[in-house]
Every structure is written in C-alpha cells, then in structure tokens.
Write a new protein. Sequence first.
Length: 270
Amino acid sequence: MNWTDTLLQQTAQEKLHGMRLVVISNREPYLHIYREREIMCEQPASGMVSGLDPILRACGGLWVAHGSGTADRDMVDAHDCLRVPPHDPRYVLKRVWLTKEEEAGYYYGFANEGLWPLCHVVFTRPRFELLDWTAYVRVNQKFAHAVLREIQDDPAVVWIQDYHFALLPQLLKEARPDLVVAQFWHIPWPNPEAFRICPWKQEVLWGLLANDLLGFHLRYHCDNFLATVERELEVRVDRERLSVFITTGSKPWCVHSRSSRISPGFHSKQ
C-alpha cells in the first residue's frame, strides 16, 4: 500500500474517532541550533522520526519530546510549544526541558547503561544506580505532567516510544484512566532470568502493563515479556490472546478489570 497524506488522514479519522493523537519520544523531530549566530532548524537522523513525522504531518496532533537543541528555548511560546515543520506547520511540538543531571541519570544512566544492555543481553554488565533510577522516575513524571497539561480534558490516543518511558503509561492512566495509551518498545525484551536482575523490575513491568497496547518487533520478544510478567507479578497471562489481565483494583489506575494487549510488529522497523 502506498501511503499518501489523504490516506493517512482518512485512516486516522477512522481509527481515532476524533481523538487527539499524541506522540511521546525522547528525541524531538525538529531541533533548533545556533550556527554562526543564526538559528537553524534541523531534523535529526532517526528512523523513528522518519517513520512518525509523516503521520503527524498528515493527521495533526501533538509531539512531546526533550528539547535538546542549543536554540530550542528561543523558538517556543510561553507554553514551550511551536508548530512544525517550520515552512509548512502541520502539528504542535512541545519541548520538555531536562537538567544536565536529569539527562545524565535518566538517559545516559538508567536507560542506556541499565535497560539497554540488559535487554540486549550484551557482554557489558548493566549498571543500576539509585541516583539514575531517581532521575528516570523524575523525568517520566515530568513528561506525564507536560502531556496532561497540553491535552487537558480532551480525549486522546497517546503513543509512547521506547524504553525511556517505561513508567509513563501508569502515570498517565493514574491521572486519566480514559486515555488510550499505547507504547512501542524499540529494543528486544530478554528472557525472565536476565530481566530479574533489574532492581526495579516490578515498577517497570507495572508501568508497561498500564498500556492498552504494548508492541515489540518480534513474537519472540512478546513471549519473553509475557514470561517475565508471569514470573514476577500476580496477574493472569493469556498467551493465546497475547494479553495480560489485571484484577480490579489491584493497581490505582485499574478502575475496572482490564487487559493489556501485547503485540509483535506493532510498529515496523525503520
């Protein structure tokens, strides 16, 4: 199928039922930098950005990301937002500001020195530091606050990207149980024996299970995730339906008995 702007718009209207589309990622689709005293807008080299930017261009909506460009603060309004792309604005980009300590702990620390090597089962031993975990929690909370402030009471489909935001689905559901929250995990999921060394494994799992839909690249990764959940948490796993069922009231955001759908190939590799 050849996707066009018109086809994307029609599909979005059909699937979203008028709800606002919100994409969340660590990397922003456009950043502003100083170059010889001029401000330049650049699109970072990223498969995720290349895949999702056309969808937001066609459908509109909101993209929430870390503002990392040297001139990013000079280009936003009072609510830290701007419309992008610069020469043909189609959607809103909201930038979230992180301190150097937050970026070091959340991104370079827990996400990239802890979760990344753990999930890839590489020969480099994962590092788990309490200060990094604290920063990871704080940044997830900061992104949740930014999203909730922007969408207010509007119905929305929130599409979270990657392992930087394992806690974000639960934070959003606690505040707005009516939101439709989905997440794609862009890296592998290891077997239960490997993942069990994470000191905050249950917090990560509960955070991810707040999603209505959680996607992985391969069925093998889905099976590993379900096996990990089955090993670590008291929930009902249905492997045939690729679903996890959570008992009413077992978590704050579980207003009713609900399930999390686990899907392979939810978002294709770029």
